[in-house]
Every structure is written in C-alpha cells, then in structure tokens.
Design a protein around this ligand. Sequence first.
Ligand SMILES: [Zn+2]
Length: 266
Amino acid sequence: MPVSICKLCLQNRVLKDSHLLPAALYRMSRWEGSANPNPMLISLRGRVQTSKQIKDYVFCHDCEQRFSRNGERYTMLQVNRKEGFKLLQTLQTSTNMKSAGGFTFYYETSALGVDRRKLAYFAMSVFWRAAVHLWHRPEQKEPIMRLGMYEEPIRKYLMEEAPFPSEMAILLYVCTDYHAQNVFYEPSQGNMEMPYTWTFQTRGLNFCLSGMEGMPPQLAGACLINGEKEVIVARSCEEKILDATMKIMIEASKRGNHDPRGAKKP
Ligand SMILES: [Zn+2]
C-alpha cells in the first residue's frame, strides 16, 4: 500500500484502497440469478455492467474510519436493501406529515429516530471525494465536479474541525419509485442554470447539495443540518434520475467512453 498525503487529514500516511461510493452499494446492486449479475454503473466511463468498483489509494485508515463512523455505516442501513427500505419505512410510520403535488413532507424526523447528521455527513463526504481526486484515471483529466471555494470548508467539516459550511444546504429526497430505489450513481452537476448545485443517488436516497450566498429560505429550511422543521421529502425520483443519467451519459460520450453494449437491461 502506498504511503502519501491523505487528502482528508493532510498527513503523510499509509493509504487504504478507498471508494468513491461505498462497496456495500455494489454488493446490494447485484442481479443474482441473471446471466450478468454485476451492477449497472453509470459513470464518466459510460454505462456499463461491471464488477469493477470506482476506487483508488486516497485516504488513510483513520479517515476511512471517520467516514464510516460518522455517516456511511448508518446510511448504508437506511438505503433500499433486500430486507427492505428502512428510511422510507420509518418515515411512513409518522403521522406528522403533509402530502401535496406528489410530494410527502415528513416533519420532526429526528423524533422518529432518523439521524439527520449522519445522513448529511455521508452525503457531504461523497460530494467532496468526487471533487478532490481523479477517480477515473488515466482517462480523466479533471475532477468529476468542482466545489470551488466550498472545498476546504467541507474538508474541515468532515474532519470535525468546523461546523457545517454556512451558505450550503444538503437536501435528501427519499424515492418512492422502483427505478430510483435500485440504482446508484456518482455525483454530477444538478441544475444546469445554477453552477453550485450537485446531486447523487444511492438506492432510494437522492442527495442534492447547493451552495450560494443568501440561500433561499425554502432551500435552507429543507437542509438536513439547518432545517428547523427537520423535514424529509418522499417523492418519485424517476424524472430526476433520468435527467442525471442523461447528463452523466452525455459527459461520458463527450469523453468517448459510452459503451452502447452496456445499455441493455439485464
Ligand atoms: Zn487521513
């Protein structure tokens, strides 16, 4: 294992084989019993069905443990799994909710036992990982996404040296449709009109990050960290997923990485 600077703690350390997205997602996403049981992965390498995971030597043991302890272990138990979709099932036990226009708003979700801080930490760690390392070398020449001025404040937050960055909001949509509950993909830009918005998906959990001066109250109010009413929204994410998939595929084909053979459904 190589010894080099860990990108999170900035110390010279033995680096572990680190993942952009948790290894558990690949295990959960296998199509057991089919001719090719490997997960369908949509990334800048194109759309391929592969057992190959996006990983590299990036973080030290302590930082990997920090990621796991502060968010990843918890979040991986909340996503849609063979045993059920824990977070959606938890929300559905609540009567403190309101439905409108295809959205269901669940309030005071901490009282249901939902650990909003761990969900937020996990999501922030994935966005940040995507921005600070070239995960798809040698083809990739620049990061999947850039966090710009937010990159260092997020690193300090992940190191537990600073609070959640002001001027940012991390939102979670819990997906009610089958398709969104069964895919995962790496971060990409969210709204093309808004430069500082990003999104990624982990089997039923759709995370959206925004950064801007003077955050609109509806965004700030829905933030996992700062939202006062502790709301989580459940909705069909089918359109969002198709939109993000298209963006990643277009970017991949620009880079000449589109593999049309991978487009077949297993
Ligand atoms: Zn480290």
